[in-house]
Design a protein around this ligand. Sequence first.
Ligand SMILES: NC(=O)C1=CN([C@@H]2O[C@H](COP(=O)(O)OP(=O)(O)OC[C@H]3O[C@@H](n4cnc5c(N)ncnc54)[C@H](OP(=O)(O)O)[C@@H]3O)[C@@H](O)[C@H]2O)C=CC1
Ligand SMILES: CC(=O)C(=O)O
Ligand SMILES: [Mg+2]
Length: 543
Amino acid sequence: MTIILTPYWADGVQKLRMAPQPPPKPKYGLTPPALDESVHVVRCLNQLRSKDEGIEKYIYLSALKEQDSSMFYKLCLENMSEFTPIIYTPTVGDACLQYSHIWRRPEGLFVSIKDKGNIRSVIRNWPRIDEARISVVTDGSRILGLGDLGVNGMPIPVGKLSLYTAGAGIRPSSSIPICLDFGTNNQKFLDDPLYLGLRQKRVTGQEMTEFMDEFMHEMTVAFPKLLVQFEDFSTDNAFLYLERYRHKYPVFNDDIQGTGAVVLSGLINAARLSSAASGQPITSHRILFFGAGSAGVGVATQLMSFFTLNGLSQQEARERIWLIDSQGLVFDGRGPLPEHKKFFSRKDYEGPPITDILDVIEYVKPTALLGLSTVTGAFSPDVIRAMAALNPRPIIFPLSNPVRLSECSFEDAVEHTHGQVLFASGSPFPPLEYDGVTLYPGQGNNMYIFPGLGLGSILARVTSVTDSMVEASSIGLANALTEEEHAMGLLYPRVERIREISAHIAKEVIRAAQKAGVDRSTDLRRMNDVELVKFVNSKMWNP
Ligand SMILES: NC(=O)C1=CN([C@@H]2O[C@H](COP(=O)(O)OP(=O)(O)OC[C@H]3O[C@@H](n4cnc5c(N)ncnc54)[C@H](OP(=O)(O)O)[C@@H]3O)[C@@H](O)[C@H]2O)C=CC1
Ligand SMILES: CC(=O)C(=O)O
Ligand SMILES: [Mg+2]
């Protein structure tokens, strides 16, 4: 079956074909005589590796995914640490910036504000209605740390869904990348004749909410088995729409909840190592956030559970957390604050505003410094040294994406802590040698969480995604570290084990869903843990 999808912006351009099924096996004589699958794997890898630029590799892999998706996923699974930086952060950031220039054919669904009142018919053009299980939906308003990229944000849902397939065995035909087009405030794109989205400023407020209500309703009607992952909405809307729909539909926000879960997990493992060095209990940690947006506050909220799980009251747990935003330390006496910053705003500080990060470090004396700010190099050598002066094993996580927006590099963190840093970044850094020892940076990226969280939610057919399910995914990831990985000083399991990790996380998520009573696949309740993991594995699609 070949369905013709005509994007609203392709008016007057040729009709665009989207082939939903893998092509049939060619007949005898239509392929070269010596074409051999095992050799072709090498050929594809050689073609990929012959390209110098990340964006060229991205374009090559996009074409391979379209033409031979089995080969794409086979290579991806066998070379996870080589492929993820191309199909995901950091290179996907370049793909977004250039999307309107490198675009060749549709890979997902575009729904624009002009479709308000008519969203049902747009959604119903999707070619594989019955198979749909997971959709990653963005409005392009905060793509990684790159800001408002409008419909150029589409590679984010596409990349995340590739990781769902590679990392958790979600069938490629079950996923729907969606970009909602409310316009863009990116003037460069509005002035670009090749820009593929609506040529207007963003619609916000009531009109956007009416659209979102209609969209979510129609999605549920068209795809009754669908889980929705919100991705890269600007912070105000990220919180607004998560709260609005989370008790009504199976939906989660990856930047708030997925990031919260992955950072909590890395922090649990880092705290184990730092406590071993300092002799201090895990509950004595003092966490300083540089960045108080959807990701920063999402992680702070998840960390509350880290402390409460370890015996602190809610109030005590909250007091372990300090936020810095663009105005400096967030505290009540500073004046009115946006809703999402109020909970963690300090009530105990009454002095003048503290705007310099070094002064905040001196005041807070943090054991952990987490960056979710999009500010390149904000963790200067002085900042890193200040953390090292306070802690034998300072925890420093520069989590902003893509890599060029990272608050510091792995190299700087290692050098200015004399190799003692416990490090995780949003985008990958290579390992390095220090004093004759190989040190491995962690990748604190929600890509470790959402595949397993999504798979568990889909298999349990949940009615909603509860906080307890997100927490279970986090603890599941923290406990997935092997003895060998632990001995290597890793904070996260090796990405090559992603399938095994996702199966384990999915099992934990299903159990949490059962406890919360939000599961609809009630037959899974009868399985013991071994049977459940076996069941999860049996449901994974393999290339
Ligand atoms: N590793 C991972 O898995 C993930 C990483 N991220 C990354 O986190 C980053 C932030 O995302 P998100 O929270 O949604 O974005 P936001 O833009 O909402 O948040 C950025 C925060 O940083 C603060 N900030 C900006 N400039 C400065 C400055 N000069 N000094 C101090 N603080 C500053 C902002 O302050 P103010 O509030 O005053 O504007 C805001 O609180 C992005 O780069 C994103 O890629 C996001 C999700 C997952
Ligand atoms: C990783 C991710 O979700 C982000 O940077 O937005
Ligand atoms: Mg994101």
